[in-house]
Design a binder for this molecule. Structure first.
Ligand code: C5P
Length: 286
């Protein structure tokens, strides 16, 4: 049996450069892994692929499919195809990452299955090979394989690893409601925002440890689209900033808002959103 930690991600920035002929959008995003994680356990099996999930720790988990519609199951299929072997696997996932939240909860489980099957069957695939399999499953899967801090370009699958940054504390607030990623991008196209985070400048600021200047530059091109559907996103941001967050921004296509802070402000920021109806998580950069 092998066990993998499947970490969530947040988008420190999300820039949309334009629509592509393949239906995706060209993006430029600074992605950060965080310590909030599912646990993915894998065992060899002679009976093909199977998936069990403990979803008791997350809201709405009973709606997650446990068949080939699940990205973890699809990852096992794509791993088999790539290796040309009928590797059987029993997958067990303990969910902690909220679903449809902008935190890559499904993509990170798929990434953990790819990493885990590589260990279980001693196939010695490189990270680059695992990422090639991962990009067939979803644009965020390659980042979830690599983790840390990365610039993600193309449709999200072209990664440049960045110098590790200080492990700041993070408070997450996931308001009630879900945002579908295709809907967010489509709505953006109808009314493109003029929000373009200066990623090259932010990366330089990180390299110089000039974090406060970098935080001021964080932005997410999909945030205004999401706020129109779920106004609570703007309210959460404002509460977290008032409570002393260095920056408070929506992650991915939302609706989760993250606040970056020093440890001494974690409690105050958590308290500021605890009566809002949002689910609150305390975690940190990983
Ligand atoms: O890659 P993934 O399956 O996660 O993408 C889900 C959907 O989000 C895509 O079908 C597309 O509608 C949208 N998307 C996009 N541009 C990206 C990533 C996702 O338009 N770079």
């Amino acid at each position: 049996m092998v066990s993998e930690k499947a970490r969530a991600k947040i988008n420190l920035t999300l820039d949309i450069l334009g629509a592509r002929a393949d239906g995706y959008h060209e993006v430029s995003m600074i992605m950060q892994a965080i310590d909030l994680a599912d646990t993915v356990e894998l065992e060899k099996s002679s009976g093909g692929i199977s998936l069990e999930m403990d979803t008791t720790k997350i809201i709405g988990g009973e709606n997650i499919p446990c068949d080939e519609k699940n990205l973890a199951w699809r990852a096992a299929i794509e791993f088999q195809k790539f290796c040309g072997e009928n590797f059987g696997v029993k997958i067990n996932i303990e969910k902690r990452i909220p679903m449809a939240a902008g935190l890559a909860g499904g993509s990170t489980d798929a990434a953990a299955v790819l990493r885990g099957m590589n260990r279980l069957y001693e196939t010695n695939l490189t990270d680059a090979q695992l990422c090639k399999i991962g990009e067939k499953i979803g644009s965020d899967v390659p980042f979830c394989i690599i983790g840390g801090t990365c610039l993600a370009e193309g449709r999200g699958e072209i990664l440049t690893q960045l110098t590790p940054i200080k492990k700041f504390d993070v408070v997450l607030a996931k308001p009630v409601g879900e945002i579908s990623t295709p809907w967010a991008y489509k709505t953006y196209d109808d009314n493109p925002a003029k929000i373009h985070p200066p990623n090259a400048e932010i990366i330089k600021q990180f390299e110089h440890g000039n974090y406060d200047a970098a935080f001021k530059n964080f932005s997410n091109a999909l945030e205004n689209v999401a706020i129109k559907k779920i106004p609570a996103i703007a309210e959460l941001k404002s509460k977290m900033l008032t409570a002393g967050a260095k920056v408070a921004l929506m992650s991915g296509s939302g609706p989760t808002v993250f606040a970056v802070t020093d440890e001494h402000n974690v409690e105050k920021i958590s308290q500021s959103v605890k009566d809002s109806g949002a689910q609150v998580f305390v975690t940190k950069f990983f």
